[in-house]
Design a protein around this ligand. Structure first.
Ligand code: ADP
Length: 475
């Protein structure tokens, strides 16, 4: 069963209200009774003192005089006298008419006033008793105050509580229900909008509430998450579209070349040319597929790096040789500046070769005939830098930050035959980052580009040392 937050809040509110009002009712009841007791005790103590003063005046003239004065006092006693005076042997000297026999035997009086509640003639009284000594006589005096008016006040108070408290609880709970409904209205709106958002309208955002509260933060966080999902989704969609386009092109070329060649008998030279073209194109396709696979594996986190201490110097030398082969007939000056001794770095040997090849392949692709391409290895204490410099077509400034994105190709590269699928630099950046390094580019349109790869130096491995790689360094 689905219980809404609104219902839960109201139920909680109701329970808290009932508990608080119960405590309040209990405290006020105890307080009321306590205050009644104090008031009644005060009243009966005052009466005791009146009797005491009278006896102190009359006793010296004998019990008869005392009786006479007590009767006189009883006739003036407001609301009817309820008192009695006994001698030391518990014989009544005077008893007002209303002071009948108590329902239970009256306890002995002490030297200080003592109080108890009893029934006199079916009416509840609070009786104060005290023993007094005057002029050699001992008296036990007792004065009673009816508690009935106070009890009635207490009953009235309880009646009012019983009528108002449940009403207050109900009204306050309804108010709580309404208030929680109001504050949760924006949650309802968020749910409704979120339910509508799908792949077709990922650009839609949740309405941000005006109040600066947790709901606003939640909506902003969800919107930021949607933004990230939207961007990734668009990138993946674009990537998939580009990848399928890039794959379709070479497959179409292969098929067309084969179909055209097979249409009629050809000379051996023509067959060789056709097969060479097919081979070239399938090699390009294989490399594209490899790149796509690398990125897919990188995304899935399934492509681990095997880091060993490797000598970067020998890797850049090998890369220069491969670049010269890659340039083929292109007239490019491909040079190397390296320390000439081992430069140790903890890296994946295959990945390092790939990184160098991507950067050199680009430098060759985007540098026209007669230009140069330079590889520089700069070892330092904290980081080792590999610089790949070319005098090629350059990259527009506004595109410098975009070229590392997947499938991104500058317009100039797109219009060139030599342009690839725009995956190389994305892979280069991924490889660099997997080694804890960074890759940046500086470029000037028409003047050339410089790619700078910085890798953390292997502390204590003897940078630029001529020692052989320590065997124990292999992980
Ligand atoms: P591609 O396979 O298209 O070369 P990359 O990811 O390697 O893909 O490069 C992305 C884009 O960056 C290229 O399309 C090109 O526009 C630009 N670029 C990369 N290297 C260079 C360079 N050395 N000179 C000029 N432009 C470059």
């Amino acid at each position: 069963m689905n219980v809404t937050i609104r219902t839960k809040l109201t139920a909680l509110y109701f329970v808290v209200l009932v508990a608080s009002f119960s405590v309040f009712v209990w405290i006020s009841d105890v307080g009321f009774r306590r205050s009644i007791e104090v008031t009644v005790n005060d009243a009966s103590s005052r009466n005791l003192r009146s009797l005491q003063r009278l006896l102190e005046r009359s006793a010296p003239q004998g019990d008869a005089k005392a009786q006479e004065d007590l009767a006189y006092l009883a006739s003036w006693w407001p609301n009817g006298a309820v008192f009695g005076v006994a001698d030391a042997n518990h014989n009544w000297i005077f008893r007002s008419p209303l002071f009948l026999q108590a329902a239970s035997p009256l306890p002995d009086a002490g030297d200080t006033p003592t109080f108890f509640t009893t029934n006199l003639n079916y009416v509840q009284y609070r009786i104060a008793s005290q023993k007094i000594r005057t002029d050699g006589h001992t008296y036990e005096i007792r004065a009673a105050v009816p508690t009935e008016p106070f009890d009635r006040a207490l009953d009235n108070f309880r009646d009012i509580e019983m009528e108002t408290v449940p009403l207050l609880v109900v009204v306050a709970s309804l108010l709580g229900y309404w208030l929680s409904g109001r504050s949760l209205a924006s949650v309802k709106r968020i749910i409704e909008t979120a339910e509508r958002i799908g792949v077709d309208n990922l650009s839609q955002r949740l309405e941000v509430p005006r109040a600066r509260d947790e709901l606003r933060r939640l909506t902003e966080a969800l919107n930021a998450m949607l933004e990230r999902i939207d961007t990734s989704f668009n990138r993946i969609t674009q990537f998939t579209a580009d990848a399928s386009h890039d794959l379709r092109t070479p497959v179409t070329i292969i098929r067309t070349v084969a179909e055209v060649t097979l249409r009629k008998p050809r000379t051996n030279k023509q067959y060789t040319e056709a097969l060479a073209k097919i081979l070239r194109t399938s090699e390009e396709t294989t490399s594209l597929l490899e790149n796509l696979l690398t990125l897919a594996r990188a995304d899935a986190g399934a492509m681990g790096m095997e880091l060993h201490l490797i000598d970067l110097d020998s890797h850049v030398r090998k890369a220069q040789e491969r670049a010269i082969l890659l340039a083929g007939n292109k007239s490019l000056d491909i040079s190397l500046r390296a320390p000439g001794g081992p430069v140790w770095v903890r890296a994946d040997s295959v990945a390092m070769d790939r990184l160098l090849l991507i950067l050199l392949d680009n430098a060759i692709k985007y540098t026209p005939d007669g230009g140069f391409c330079e590889i520089e290895l700069l070892p330092a204490d904290r980081e080792i830098q590999i610089l790949i410099r070319d005098s090629g077509i350059g990259i527009p400034e506004q595109e410098l930050s975009l070229i590392f994105e997947r499938s991104y190709r500058t317009n100039r590269a797109r219009s060139r035959e030599s342009g690839g699928a725009g995956l190389g630099l994305a892979i280069a950046r991924w490889i660099t980052e997997m080694h804890g390094g960074t890759i940046v580019v500086e470029s000037q349109l028409g003047a050339g580009s410089l790619f700078r790869v910085s890798l953390p130096a292997q502390q204590g491995a003897g940078i630029h040392s001529t020692d052989a790689a320590p065997v124990a360094a292999i992980i």
